[in-house]
Design a protein around this ligand. Structure first.
Ligand SMILES: Nc1ncnc2c1ncn2[C@@H]1O[C@H](COP(=O)(O)OP(=O)(O)OP(=O)(O)O)[C@@H](O)[C@H]1O
Ligand SMILES: CC(=O)N[C@H]1[C@@H]2OC[C@@H](O2)[C@@H](O)[C@@H]1O[C@H](C)C(=O)O
Length: 365
């Protein structure tokens, strides 16, 4: 049998919750061989995080201002994170063939064929001396795709030996699912995961998030409000479909009249119901759910999901994956696929008209 050659790629992303920059490494042939390595998260400096949070709250600026300063600051923070990761993990630049640099999403509007990730790939390549792929989502969006989610092909590679159909649920700022059943891979954003709850507990309690879901667990759900939130046409819209982090904020104002506990309980219930609604868009009920992203640490989400789904719902660690770094690893894997001209997204994951290659390669020298 011909042994396919593998390379090592570093993947780096800051997700929509902007809690930090995730860096990891994966050894892969860009196809079926994937050997994930360690990962690390590095916080943004408070000032940079604040500037990014202000920006995403002002969509008009995020869409049209040049934002050169922020672009450079985000790039610097990523370069520094990759350097520290390599130092701490004892990885020499010569051991790494590629960097997959996602950047920071600040605005995502596929319906107007627009997605924006801050970060300058050419500078990452030059300063670290490693070829770098960036702008993963642009070709997809330009051809009419949703431009997200992009992790599903990595999920497919990892899940090849699991019993199927299986659902991988990412609970980040926004939620997204990947349904895998043999060659069938269906993916889409489910709704708000932690974004609404994070913003609510920040406003009410000056907390970055509801640790373990304890505030939500102590409140009573306003079922009428949840039902009202669930009337949003997004949930019936056929997949593929994707969301901006802020998409549900305007319509979720009703929780302002509730106590801290009941507001948190109601927003958490909304997140769970939006995940349940994903079953409307897959051919068969999955026999197992594997949960990744920071929301898997929210014990309240996990308990409610298990009650509502009545099948096993486990963190991805149950099958040996690292839920803190799947997204970073995915962009390392996708960087390798990009240089091989392989698709990064499919009609069933982002709605592109045909399997779509993408990413832009910046040479180190
Ligand atoms: N111990 C915990 N208890 C409750 N929630 C938690 C805990 N740890 C993390 N979270 C939640 O997870 C969120 C971060 O998740 P994650 O890092 O997966 O998001 P992200 O990758 O930035 O987002 P996205 O996947 O949307 O781009 C936090 O904002 C918080 O709401
Ligand atoms: C445009 C954008 O950055 N979207 C993120 C966001 O956060 C979660 C969800 O919405 C997902 O669609 C995507 O991230 C992951 C990494 C993805 O593309 O699979």
């Amino acid at each position: 049998m011909v042994q396919r050659s593998t390379v090592k790629a570093i993947g780096v992303i800051s997700g929509t919750s902007m809690d930090g920059i995730d860096v990891s490494i994966v050894e892969t042939d860009g196809d079926t061989i994937v050997k994930p390595g360690p990962g690390r998260t590095f916080s943004y400096a408070d000032d940079l995080r604040r500037r990014l949070q202000e920006l995403i709250a002002e969509p008009a600026r995020a869409q049209s201002e040049p934002l050169d300063d922020l672009d450079q600051a985000v790039t610097d923070a990523h370069i520094e994170s990759i350097r520290r990761f390599m130092n701490e993990a004892g990885i020499a630049p010569a051991d790494v063939s590629l960097i997959g640099f996602h950047g920071q999403t600040v605005y995502h509007r596929p319906e107007i064929r627009f997605t924006r990730q801050l970060g300058v790939g050419a500078r990452v390549a030059r300063e670290l001396g490693i070829d770098t792929v960036s702008r993963f989502r642009h070709a997809d969006v330009a051809s009419g795709g949703e431009g997200a989610p992009f992790v599903p092909l990595y999920h497919r590679a990892l899940a090849s030996d699991l019993a199927q159909p299986v659902m991988i649920l990412n609970l980040g700022g926004v939620g997204n699912v990947t349904y895998i059943d043999g060659d069938v891979v269906i993916a889409f954003d489910t709704g708000p995961a932690s974004a609404l709850l994070d913003d609510f507990v920040l406003r009410r309690r000056r907390l970055a998030f509801d640790e373990n879901g304890q505030l939500a667990a102590s409140g009573v759900v306003d079922e009428q409000l949840v039902a009202e939130f669930m009337r949003n046409p997004y949930f019936d819209r056929p997949a593929p479909k994707s969301l901006d982090r802020q998409d549900f904020h305007a319509r979720a104002k009703g929780v302002e009249a509730l106590s801290d506990e009941n507001g948190a309980a109601t927003l958490a219930a909304f997140t769970v119901e939006s995940v349940i609604a994903s079953l409307r868009h897959v051919p068969r009920p999955p026999q197992r759910w594997l949960v990744t992203g920071g929301g898997r640490r929210n014990a309240h989400f996990m308990k409610r999901l298990h009650e509502r789904l009545a099948v096993s719902v486990d963190p991805v660690e149950a099958v040996g994956w690292d839920g803190d770094f799947l997204e970073a690893q995915a962009f390392g894997y996708l960087a390798v696929r990009s240089t091989q001209g392989l698709p990064l997204s499919l009609p069933t994951t982002t709605g592109v008209p045909h399997p779509m290659p993408g990413g832009e390669l910046h040479r180190a020298a």
